[in-house]
Structure formats: C-alpha cells, structure tokens
Design a binder for this molecule. Structure first.
Ligand SMILES: O=C(O)CCC(=O)C(=O)O
Ligand SMILES: [Fe+2]
Length: 297
C-alpha cells in the first residue's frame, strides 16, 4: 500500500477526541502535586497532561520483595490466576473485570483473593500504603466531600490491585487499547463502575525492564464508531500499532518504585521488552458522580 493511501485509510478509520496540549508530567516523591492527581481522576487530564508519574515513590526493597514473591507464586502455579483468554497474554495475580459483569467479576475477586493476600503478605500496612496510597487518596477526596473506596456490587467489594507481567506477543508487550469500553459488561447487571465518567489507571512499577517495556500513550480517546470499526466495542482491545503511526504519542520509561496515574480512556500500550522483565500492579479509578470515586481491577 502506498504511504498516501495508508494515511488516508487511517484518517477514515480512527475517530474520537484529542487533548489540546497532550503531554505528561513527572515529579519526585517529595514534590507531589495532589491537584494534578485529582484533575486526572476527576477530569481525565491536568492542562492536557494525561499522565502523571511520581518517581521513586514506593520503597524499592518492598517492590523487590513483592516481585520475588510474585515469581515464586507464578512458578509454583504455572502462570498465575489469568488463563489465556484469547486476548492478553500475561502472568497475573489478581482479578480483572475485563469481559466480566458485576456478578462474574466479584466471583473472580473471591476466587483469587487468597492469592493476592498471600502475595501482599510480604508487605506490612505501611509498605502497602507506600504502594497504593489508599489512605492518602481517601483523605484527598474527603477534603472535597467525595467518598473514595472500592467499587461494590451487591455484597462484594472490588479488589485493591492486580499484579501483571505482560507477555510479549512479538509486536508489543501489551497492545494499544483503552479501558473504558470494557465497562459495557458492567452495564449488563448495573455494576456501579458502568457509570464511570472517566477511567484512570493507577499503576506502581515493581520491576522495570532493562530494555524496552516503555509505556506508550496516543492522543486519541476513541469514540463508539471507532470502536465498532475495529471490532472492539465491548473490549477496547486491541488496536493495531501500525494504524496509530500518524497519531501524536508519548513514550516513557518507568523504574521500580515509580507510580503513575494515566487517563486510560486514551489509547495506551507497553512496548516489547528486549531485556529483563517488567512487573506492574494496577487498579482503575473512576468518578461515578459528584460525591463518589471508586476503584476496581
Ligand atoms: O503496565 C502498564 O504500565 C500499563 C497497563 C495498563 O494498560 C493499564 O494500567 O491500564
Ligand atoms: Fe490499560
């Protein structure tokens, strides 16, 4: 295909919204601007910045201990809790709502909760806070009269994090995707996260790749017709990287101990790991209304 034709085809295929001043911000752990975190969670960006990285926030020794425990557990049980679902190849400990409604997600949370607890047994409550900032986020939102806590479905609560080592498919470690489309499954049984106005992914980098494994984001928040054209209406996953070549993007390296908040409605993915291995723990955070912000995995 000629380059011109490819470009024309891409313009036809991709549609959605873009951010003016699309970029990211990073800072050191002694200089965190909580307004930026709040703006990304509540509005999807801070002055166009869709990603906020706080370098060296989590204790490196804790990150290493969790990574070691993760390896032990995954080696013992042959890859973790997430079977090959035909989508994402990963070693994973923890639940995911991907392709699950409220009932199914909570069943999964309950099934794997013991594994998450075993993994986190290496961290005391202080260390757990240093990884996931629960108390900090509770206080931050409480100041604004907003409740922050786990998403609820009937009598069950969402898990606090899922631990994942994305396994390369030869093109990328994790293909370009967005994480709002999958909320369609939550709509099936009115699981409250289906009301999320914007989806933020919060991650902590527990282990960094020595080569590759960069987080990449594109300046596109796909709309419904765009999802339909790619056949990803209910999943948001995957978008072929070559079709995104002309889209403005950013790419960042993460190191063990870095935490980051990103607008997960924008397309994002992880490049191939050429050396070493990469482990992140993450959760999604969404604002349901003016008084409630919840997280799930
Ligand atoms: O592993 C990462 O850095 C990003 C994973 C991701 O896609 C997400 O947290 O939504
Ligand atoms: Fe994602």
């Amino acid at each position: 295909m000629s380059e011109l034709l490819a470009e024309k085809q891409q313009k036809m295929v991709l549609s959605g919204s873009v951010k003016k001043g699309f970029s990211y911000l990073d800072t050191q752990s002694d200089n965190v601007d909580f307004n930026i975190i709040k703006n990304i969670i509540l509005h999807g960006h801070h002055q166009g910045n869709v990603l906020y990285i706080i370098r060296d926030f989590a204790n490196k020794k804790i990150c290493q201990d969790v990574a070691e425990k993760f390896n032990q557990m995954v080696n013992r049980n042959g890859g973790g809790n997430r079977a090959d679902d035909g989508f994402v190849l990963t070693n994973q400990i923890g639940a995911t709502q991907f392709s699950r409604n409220g009932e199914e997600y909570m069943a999964e949370v309950n099934r794997v909760n013991g594994s998450v607890a075993e993994l986190m047994s290496v961290a005391d409550s202080y260390a757990t806070e240093s990884l996931f900032l629960n108390r900090t986020l509770e206080d931050l939102f409480l100041d604004e009269g907003i409740h922050f806590g786990p998403a609820r479905y009937k009598n069950s609560y969402a898990s606090f994090a899922t631990f994942r080592r994305w396994l390369d498919n030869g093109v990328m470690s994790l293909m370009p995707h967005e994480d709002r489309a999958q909320l369609k499954f939550a709509q099936q049984d009115n699981f409250e996260i289906s009301d999320a106005m914007t989806v933020t992914a919060f991650n902590v980098c527990l282990e960094a790749a020595q080569g590759g494994g960069e987080l990449k984001m594109w300046n596109l928040d796909p709309d419904e017709p765009c999802r339909a054209r790619f056949g990803v209406t209910d999943t948001g996953y995957p978008y072929p990287p070559h079709l995104l070549q002309g889209v403005e993007s950013l790419s960042v390296r993460l190191n063990a101990g870095d935490i980051y908040f990103m607008n997960a409605c924008h397309l994002h993915g992880v490049s191939s790991v050429s050396e070493g291995s990469r482990l992140t723990a993450g959760r999604f955070i969404g604002r349901l209304n003016n008084s409630k912000v919840v997280y799930w995995t």
